[in-house]
Design a protein. Structure first.
Length: 318
């Protein structure tokens, strides 16, 4: 987060709890593998496989990595309004998005590195709670959705179609221009603005206790992750603890790490669904090996067959 004293900062118990809940929601989707639906217009085959908190990136609250190499950079604000002030929380979020979008350019310039810019696999996400302003949850979200459909000839002014959206767009453009000018030293072009807005999303999650997104996360645990569905509530609580630890230690873990931690706590997990094809190949190979061993365990002396009972066959067949 931007600072320990900000409204969403790590010194604020409520903010940490909401951030940990959002992180745990993503943790469930990582565990669910291909059983979880894709997010933010990513391909349906997208699988999430890493979760980090307080990452040190410009957008630093949560980092989720995809198996295909893309990244989802998430800034979490339980409550937020579309404010005009340059020192507002809204301006801070937009500044973080601008810095993340240009991180490759700045590091390449300062360190002589050839880093990959954000591309169509990457996402910049503002995750808010249901108490956030409708200007964020609705108007800003609508603006960003339309930005992804702009033609080459259109400007971002085409993303606002009513007075409420136009008011939010004015503030958004102000913060984008100020952050870009301060960071790069020149104003953004129309293509720059379209490029960053195409990757930006607003996500509203109700992951507080009893919230519908907490409930859906537990349902996904029950159906796709756990051998014993009734343990979903306990696993959710354990995931919250894991994510609180990730945040306090500024670390993270991949699917295997999270699975191992849950297994250590005594939970029985299903195998990862995307491994099904590989598991089937192993089963087929095992069956072929058993058949070969059975054939090779027979010897013929005249018309008499002598079978050697190999313990390995019994073991593999079990």
């Amino acid at each position: 987060m931007s600072s320990p004293t900000s409204s969403g900062g790590s010194a604020t118990t409520g903010g940490v709890t909401f951030q940990a809940r959002v992180a745990a929601w993503y943790g469930v989707r990582i565990l669910a593998d291909s059983s979880a639906s894709s997010l933010f217009d990513l391909p349906h085959s997208t699988i999430l496989n890493y979760l980090g908190c307080e990452t040190g990136q410009s957008v630093d609250d949560i980092l989720v990595a995809q198996a295909t190499g893309g990244r989802i950079y998430i800034q979490v604000k339980r409550s937020l309004d579309a404010e005009e002030g340059s020192e507002s929380e809204f301006a801070s979020v937009i500044s973080q998005f601008v810095k993340q979008f240009n991180a490759h350019r700045l590091q390449a310039s300062s360190q002589g590195l050839n880093l990959k810019p954000l591309d169509e696999k990457d996402r910049l996400v503002l995750t808010v709670g249901p108490t956030a302003s409708g200007k964020i949850r609705n108007e800003l979200s609508n603006i960003l959705n339309r930005a992804r459909a702009l033609t080459p000839e259109q400007t971002i002014d085409s993303t606002a179609v009513n007075a409420d959206e136009q008011g939010v767009l004015i503030k958004l453009k102000k913060h984008l221009n100020e952050a870009w000018q301060k960071l790069i030293g020149s104003p953004p072009s129309n293509e720059d603005l379209k490029g960053i807005l195409r990757l930006a999303y607003v996500q509203t999650l109700n992951v507080e206790s009893g919230g519908n997104d907490e409930t859906s996360a537990k349902d996904l645990l029950s159906s796709a992750v756990l051998k014993r569905p009734s343990a979903a509530g306990a696993v959710w609580s354990s995931l919250l603890d894991i994510c609180l630890t990730f945040g306090s230690t500024r670390t993270g873990g991949d699917r295997g790490f999270i699975q191992a931690r849950l297994i250590q706590l005594g939970f029985d997990l299903k195998w990862v669904q995307s491994f099904d094809a590989d598991i089937q190949k192993l089963k087929n190979q095992t069956q072929m090996t058993i058949q070969r061993l059975c054939i090779n365990s027979l010897m013929k002396i005249g018309s008499t067959q002598i079978k050697i009972n190999r313990s390995v066959v019994t073991f593999m067949d079990s």
